[in-house]
Ligand binder design. Structure first.
Ligand code: NAP
Length: 241
């Protein structure tokens, strides 16, 4: 089995996910670029390879169980195991989406992608992660899902949201439950909050670069054995939840 660290980043064809793939690739890792659209996926793989990254494409729609199963088979055939999974793919469902007017179908779609998608991918990859010496899972959450921050203070928690922000609260809660279940294993699973980053997700209104947004995920993907698990972190440390 290869000594090279093997990672999979979902939604890695652009934005923060692309920069996570680039950052992990710069460490000499082999990085699977999980993306649903073939053209966008292959363009990202080509760009990463041109930058010296050992990147490979992984067809993956996190809402489609068949593609998730196929992605696990592809990684098994290629590497026999997975060391690091970064669950980065997400959607907002479109704004405005205040709870009193949001289309319930939007809530379902957002939760299916941002939460159930993470469960689908994580559970499919767990057998491969269990073969790693130091498995790490990073879930890209958001501090807009922080209930403490929603409750007050001077932190900008974004627009009132009936789908996206609650999906990130749910994802963080799910991360904690995974950590509890996996506490007697060597798997570390944490949630990352990238800050307000200029990407397609927010019409590029964010104030941070995708590279800056990727830093906390890269940090959590490279935690040493015995590092934290079940935590929620941004660049400044623990995020109040
Ligand atoms: P982005 O530029 O819109 O990228 C989102 C990525 O997710 C794209 O690659 C997209 O692929 C992919 N994706 C969406 N649905 C998918 C599906 N069903 N299957 C597979 N891939 C799917 O957004 P971003 O800002 O980089 O966001 C990355 C992560 O950071 C998300 O989890 C987001 O919630 C989180 N975050 C972002 C910010 C911010 O300020 N930007 C703040 C806090 C948290 P397509 O190209 O095919 O659509």
């Amino acid at each position: 089995m290869s000594e090279q660290t093997i990672a999979l980043v979902t939604g890695a064809n652009k934005g923060i996910g692309y920069e996570i793939a680039a950052g992990l690739g710069a460490l000499g890792w082999s990085v699977g670029v999980g993306a649903r659209d073939e053209e966008r996926r292959e363009a990202a793989v080509a760009k990463l390879r041109a930058a010296g990254v050992d990147a490979f494409g992984v067809p993956l729609d996190v809402t489609d169980a068949a593609t998730v199963t196929a992605a696990a088979s592809l990684i098994e055939e290629r590497a026999g195991r997975l060391d690091v999974l970064v669950n980065n793919a997400a959607i907002t469902g479109g704004m405005p989406q205040a709870p009193t007017v949001v289309d319930p179908a939007t809530v379902l779609r957002v939760v299916d992608t941002n939460v159930v998608g993470v469960v689908r991918v994580t559970n499919a990859m767990l057998p491969l992660l269990r073969r790693s010496q130091s498995p790490r899972i990073v879930n890209m959450s958001s501090s807009v899902g922080s209930l403490t921050r929603q409750a007050g203070g001077d932190f900008d928690t974004g627009p009132i949201s009936g789908a996206y922000a609650p999906s990130k609260s749910f994802l963080t809660a799910m991360t904690v439950q995974y950590a509890r279940e996996l506490s007697d294993t060597n798997i570390l699973i944490n949630a990352a909050c990238p800050g307000f980053v200029a990407t397609d997700l927010n019409g590029h209104r964010g104030v941070r670069t995708p590279e800056q947004g990727a830093a906390i995920a890269i940090h959590l993907a490279t935690l040493p054995d015995g590092g934290p698990t079940g935590g929620i972190f941004d660049d400044a440390g623990v995020v109040p939840w």
